[in-house]
Design a protein around this ligand. Structure first.
Ligand code: NAP
Ligand code: MN
Length: 259
């Protein structure tokens, strides 16, 4: 992995650290390659990874990501800012590659369809009015949901938004889809599952509604307005996002740092 780039959160500490990493790596005969990197070093936090992921979506097959934490949380980062020398030593070793599912979503109206990818989650959310929508699992009707919305995530995103709405935290190595409700309305005349639903990753989740007026489709840190959309399909994509681990960190340690 000789060709690399760095991406930072934009704050002074992350910028300074990036500059230092670039200079140190060039001295070690690594090459900066903005167009065709093999390794993306993100300096910041999990949010920085999401930005890097979306920027390099088209070449995901050819790149791996490694993170250095200057942020508030840094669940996905393997090194802290204080461990940068250790990182620069480890970088000569062959990394262990860990692959993560990437979600894919298509939004339809009568004329067109739009297509997006997400690493953490896809959410359909309406905070203006009660959102009613029919959920289908593959082509089978499952339920009618009423409330603010639903969140669909895979393993990696299980510790992000999914966790704060009561979804299950999923251990790495499992491929799946998890549907979690966002403020579901449950009473005598309106009832949906009311619990996270975890499924085989081959299932496609379809959301249909006569009106998604004022609703947003949020995918990671990005969003579009759904006003003219009537059907949304979410599934596991063919793409994989790859982490390059130059040292071993147990998932338990990551979880302990998170909670
Ligand atoms: P952001 O500030 O980039 O992220 C919000 C927080 O979520 C940050 O503390 C971030 O960590 C953390 N985070 C992101 N992905 C994570 C993951 N896979 N596991 C554990 N923690 C994770 O906010 P944003 O730009 O609006 O949204 C980006 C993502 O943040 C979304 O995909 C969503 O999952 C998450 N988010 C969560 C909530 C919530 O839990 N209520 C609310 C908004 C957004 P860093 O500080 O290290 O970047
Ligand atoms: Mn907007």
């Amino acid at each position: 992995m000789k060709r690399f780039i760095t991406i930072n959160r934009g704050d002074e500490e992350s910028k300074r650290l990036c500059k230092y990493i670039r200079e140190s790596m060039v001295k070690k005969n690594f090459t900066i390659d903005e167009k065709n990197p093999e390794l993306i070093i993100y300096v910041g936090g999990d949010g920085t990874l999401l930005k890097a992921f979306h920027e390099y979506l088209d070449i995901l097959d050819n790149v791996s990501f490694v993170g250095i934490h200057t942020g508030t949380l840094g669940f996905s980062t393997d090194y802290t800012a204080q461990e940068v020398e250790e990182f620069l030593e480890n970088i000569d070793n062959e990394p262990v590659i860990e692959e993560k599912q990437v979600l894919e979503v298509e939004c339809y109206n009568t004329h067109t369809s739009k297509h997006y990818y997400a690493l953490n989650e896809v959410r359909v959310e309406n905070i203006v009015k009660t959102q009613a929508m029919d959920l289908y699992l593959d082509s089978t009707y499952f339920e009618t949901f009423r409330g603010n919305g639903v969140c669909i995530s895979a393993q990696y995103g299980s510790t992000a938004y999914n966790r704060s709405i009561g979804g299950a935290v999923i251990y790495p190595g499992l491929e799946l889809l998890q549907v979690t409700e966002i403020s579901g309305i449950h009473h005598r005349h309106s009832r949906s599952l009311g619990a996270p639903l975890i499924m085989n990753p081959n299932i496609q989740v379809t959301l249909k509604s006569d009106s998604f007026d004022h609703a947003l489709l949020c995918y990671d840190h990005l969003h579009i307005h759904l006003d003219d959309i009537h059907e949304i399909r979410v599934r596991n994509s063919d793409k994989r996002m790859k982490f390059a681990h130059f040292k071993e960190i147990s998932h338990i340690d990551r979880l302990n740092a998170l909670f």
